[in-house]
Design a protein around this ligand. Structure first.
Ligand SMILES: [Zn+2]
Length: 351
């Protein structure tokens, strides 16, 4: 049989991470050879933090418009699309946290125009990933989008965001360690497509955070530098896999279950971090290493720190396997029993 495999991998072309790099936005645009009319997407807060500045800097060479968005919902995505079409926009620039970036990411995918990501906070590994988390009819969904054409992450700006966000982003990346084990299991048991390159990247990103946990503290800009680079590499791992597999397994399903049972209590990465402690125990791996790293970074490791009751944690564990039935994980097709879930949270000290 002739060779017939083919695969798409889309990567950011230009990534700049560092102190005050916001000043270099025009040079970045020049390097990626972007042309035409630009639309800056930001929210009320990120507009003041960096959006206004980006508009001023870019306006020296481009025709720039801006649009203020709210929560990451489909109606906001459509709002950006309408605005972009009306103003004949050729590229988007997202200035903001996860929600703003997710909106711009999906809008750029639908509009078939490139987008530049300028994160003002780093609360999950979506900075560079080809997927967007958007709410539709009140339910959060991971949608196919596109990777940013370029990323400009200013550590001076990100270090001023609430530290809790950065710690949550780190926990999201550390949770790659259990996502990888789930993927290996699915590959062995179900013959699922598996990429050792994607796994190497996702694992390196997580381990870099564990090794550097002592530097990732409030007020240390070097910690932001290490954390943001890991989040970007984690996103690249998803681009290599062309799916979220290397960064999303049973720990993410636990987080999605919590989103339904106890919505708005904790951040995505915080939930995934705790999920990862528990799933690593189920895998028979070194769950204490994950727990210690999360503690050192200052991410939650208990239900109490998460602000969620014991009952809700147990419930989330027992329904997690239903969140994404075609994604095979350590939870199998039947999930975990209430009794086993209660033992799990006791042994790992989550409750
Ligand atoms: Zn995640």
């Amino acid at each position: 049989m002739p060779f017939s495999k083919s695969k798409l991998m889309e990567f950011p072309r230009d990534v700049v991470v560092g102190h005050n790099v916001i000043e270099d936005i025009l040079e970045l645009c020049d390097r990626i050879n972007i042309k035409g009319n630009g639309l800056v997407v930001h929210d009320e807060i990120t507009k003041k933090i960096a959006g206004e500045k980006v508009v001023v800097l870019l306006s020296k060479e481009y025709n720039i418009r801006d649009v203020v968005v709210e929560k990451a919902t489909m109606s906001e995505v459509r709002k950006v699309q309408r605005f972009a079409k009306k103003n004949e926009i050729d590229f988007l620039i997202a200035v903001g946290g996860g929600s703003v970036i997710d909106i711009a990411k999906l809008a750029s995918h639908k509009l078939k125009v490139p987008f530049i990501s300028i994160p003002t906070a780093a609360s999950h590994d979506g900075i560079a990933s080809p997927r967007a988390s958007i709410k539709e009819n009140g339910i959060s969904m991971s949608k196919e989008a596109r990777s940013p054409l370029a990323i400009l992450a200013d550590t001076a700006i990100i270090s001023k965001a609430p530290y809790r966000m950065l710690a949550s982003g780190c926990a999201d990346v550390i949770s790659n360690l259990t996502a990888i084990l789930d993927w290996q299991l699915a590959s062995r048991l179900k013959g699922e497509y598996y990429s050792s390159f994607a796994v190497a990247l996702a694992e390196t990103a997580a381990k870099s955070l564990i090794q550097n946990a002592s530097v990732i503290k409030p007020g240390i800009e070097e910690g932001v530098w290490i954390a943001v680079k890991s989040m970007i590499v984690s996103g690249v791992a998803m681009s290599v896999a062309n799916s979220s597999r290397p960064a999303s397994g049973a720990e993410h399903m636990f987080s999605h279950a919590l989103d339904r049972i106890a919505p708005g209590k904790a951040m995505h990465g915080e939930q995934c971090g705790i999920g990862s402690i528990m799933m690593m125990y189920l895998h028979g791996g070194d769950w204490k290493m994950i727990k210690n790293a999360l503690k050192e970074i200052g991410a939650p490791t208990t239900a109490k720190e998460l602000g969620v009751s014991k009952r809700d944690i147990v419930k989330a564990l027992t329904i997690a396997h239903k969140m994404r039935p075609n994604r095979y994980t350590i939870l199998g097709t039947d999930g975990i029993t209430k009794e086993a879930a209660e033992k799990l949270i006791r042994v790992t000290g989550v409750v």
